[in-house]
Design a protein around this ligand. Sequence first.
Ligand SMILES: NC(=O)c1ccc[n+]([C@@H]2O[C@H](COP(=O)([O-])OP(=O)(O)OC[C@H]3O[C@@H](n4cnc5c(N)ncnc54)[C@H](OP(=O)(O)O)[C@@H]3O)[C@@H](O)[C@H]2O)c1
Length: 326
Amino acid sequence: MGGPDDAAGESGESFLSERSAKVFVAGHRGLVGSAIVRKLQQLGFANLVLRTHAELDLTRQSDVEEFFAAEKPRFVILAAAKVGGIHANNTYPADFISINLQIQTNVIDSAHRHGVKKLLFLGSSCIYPKFAPQPILEDALLTGPLEPTNEWYAVAKIAGIKMCQAYRIQYGWDAISGMPTNLYGPNDNFHPENSHVLPALMRRFHEAKVRGAKEVVVWGTGSPLREFLHVDDLADAVVFLMEKYSGSGHVNVGSGKEVTIKELAELVKDVVGFEGQLVWDSSKPDGTPRKLMDSSKLASLGWMPKISLKEGLCDTYKWYLENVKQ
Ligand SMILES: NC(=O)c1ccc[n+]([C@@H]2O[C@H](COP(=O)([O-])OP(=O)(O)OC[C@H]3O[C@@H](n4cnc5c(N)ncnc54)[C@H](OP(=O)(O)O)[C@@H]3O)[C@@H](O)[C@H]2O)c1
């Protein structure tokens, strides 16, 4: 942490002073990419380059190459990835490792060869060893075995971090990596079977409220501790890193605040306005007892999250009501 290697960029114009420059946000329709686009638009970035998956499949090397040759973006934020939960990772391990390796290899390499000034690669907290000391510091990377359920995805993401570092070493190219904690917010996946805990709880409480149900049963004891960050805070951190950070080490992006799943469920229940009972089925597994990232490196650079969990949940529920088919 914190060595000369991790200092902010020293020369050249900054990201924020180039608001008319072309910025390619890969994955702009996803949870993360869409928040980054909203943030850049708010800041007056007027030249965003966006392609849907159907318009540009980032696993196709020659198409990606052609795109960079034609568009020549100045900045790239890489938020396109194949993402999914434990079930999807277990069922499609080949897809998780190969699609992610292809997307990031194609984008990082073409971006470098076509004169992109700076690129930010996004990974996730699953890159860290299963038994990393908590809260998890950046230094824990590659110090132990990964959680087997998502190792395919994690290995691809670790390769992405290493690729950014290697291009920095060999070419002096400004490629950086950010590792966000669990995210939530507008454009999250509220699918009944394969969503993350927070949108899954929101959907279940909402549907129970609409049905007039007396109770909602949630798996486990509610005791595991988790960290959540609103995706608009992540987008703010991404802009901050593009502006201020040019080090080879990846940077954790978390809220630094832990809640138990029980506290989270009570908060979601409250925000949704479900008046029935919340029942814990302790015969079902709890999962990892604690998962918190240490985001002090980012804090020491001068960035802090702004959106409280309560505020973020209200915003997310509003989006759910307006956008998810009931
Ligand atoms: N969600 C979280 O809690 C979380 C936490 C930490 C880190 N992250 C990281 O943030 C990044 C984005 O995650 P997300 O949650 O925003 O995922 P997401 O909502 O699934 O968005 C991913 C985007 O990538 C696009 N994409 C996938 N494969 C593509 C391909 N071959 N060519 C072009 N576009 C493709 C998807 O388009 P289609 O849908 O059309 O395929 C989608 O728009 C990932 O690297 C993830 O690791 C997410």
